[in-house]
Every structure is written in C-alpha cells, then in structure tokens.
Design a protein around this ligand. Sequence first.
Ligand code: ATP
Ligand code: MG
Length: 161
Amino acid sequence: NLGTVVREVALELFPRAQAKDIDLGAEGSDGELRVEGNPVLLREMVKNLVDNAIKYTPRGGHVTVRTRFAGSPILEVEDTGPGIPEADRERVFERFYRVLGSGADGSGLGLPIVREIGELHRATVTLDANPAGQGTLARVVFPRSHLQAPPPVHGDVYPLG
Ligand code: ATP
Ligand code: MG
C-alpha cells in the first residue's frame, strides 16, 4: 500500500521539515493504493523524493506528497522550492549530477536511485515545474494492470510482468 509508505516516510521526515518551518502534508494516503513491488525499495524511492523536496525548499515553504489513482497508481511530490531548470531535468537523473548553486549538500545519487527503482517497477519518473506556481513536481506513474480493469475506488494489485 503506497499510502502507508507515504504516511511512514512523512512521519519520519517530519522533524526535518519542522526544523525548516516547512509545511509537510500527505494527501490521499488514508486510502489504499496498491502497487506490486518491493516495499523496501518503494519506501527508499518516496524517501529520496521527499528528502529532496524538503532539502531544496527554503524555510516557510510547502511540500505535499500525494497518492492518487488516474488510470494507474500515481505518486506525486510537490514543493515550493527553486524548481529545476528545464535543461537539467533529465541530467539530474545521471549519477553525481547536481544543479549548480543548489545550495544544499548532496552526492547527486538520490534521483538516479529513484529512477532505477522506478524502472524495476516499470514506473516512469519525471520532474516538472510545479503547476501550482514556483517549485518542482516529481511524479511516479506506475503501470496499469494489463490483466484486469482497476476497481473504481481502491486501486489494485499491479503485476510487474
Ligand atoms: P543525494 O540525494 O545523493 O543526497 P542530491 O540531493 O544532490 O544528493 P539528487 O537527489 O540526485 O542528489 O538530486 C540531484 C540534483 O537535482 C540536486 O543536487 C538538486 O540540484 C536537484 N534537485 C533535486 N530535487 C530537487 C528539488 N525538489 N528542487 C530543486 N532542485 C532539486
Ligand atoms: Mg537527493
């Protein structure tokens, strides 16, 4: 249940957000959103995305982690940080690549790990400008089941193969 993973990661990183006066919220995570996969890796993926959102967003900003179902399970992490320049939005998935002047410490390995975990789950990972205004929207789209139509409310188990 991706909702549970999101809730747990949000709880774990809450002190870090609080220390920066960042409003960290989870949306849609009280419902169930089932994806088939490795829970340890999925948690690592969510954690890296939320970690980035908190790390690069200045004090007083907002970070929202959202799970939803739109034809397939979707995870979104939205922040009100500086955003990632369009020219860098693919390059940040390369190992050790960091945007110049990001202003926080890091190794440049988080997003490559996120993408690799995504690939293992046949999910696509993309970064965009936050449509709500300033900031970044990271999105993970899991595959839709090709075995059965999803039930309307709760999502389903999505086979990898
Ligand atoms: P690590 O995750 O290994 O501790 P890192 O955060 O620098 O280090 P990545 O998570 O791979 O590495 O991110 C690569 C770069 O992409 C970051 O250095 C930063 O420049 C940029 N970036 C990633 N997420 C965001 C974000 N939410 N807002 C702004 N810039 C970001
Ligand atoms: Mg990172």
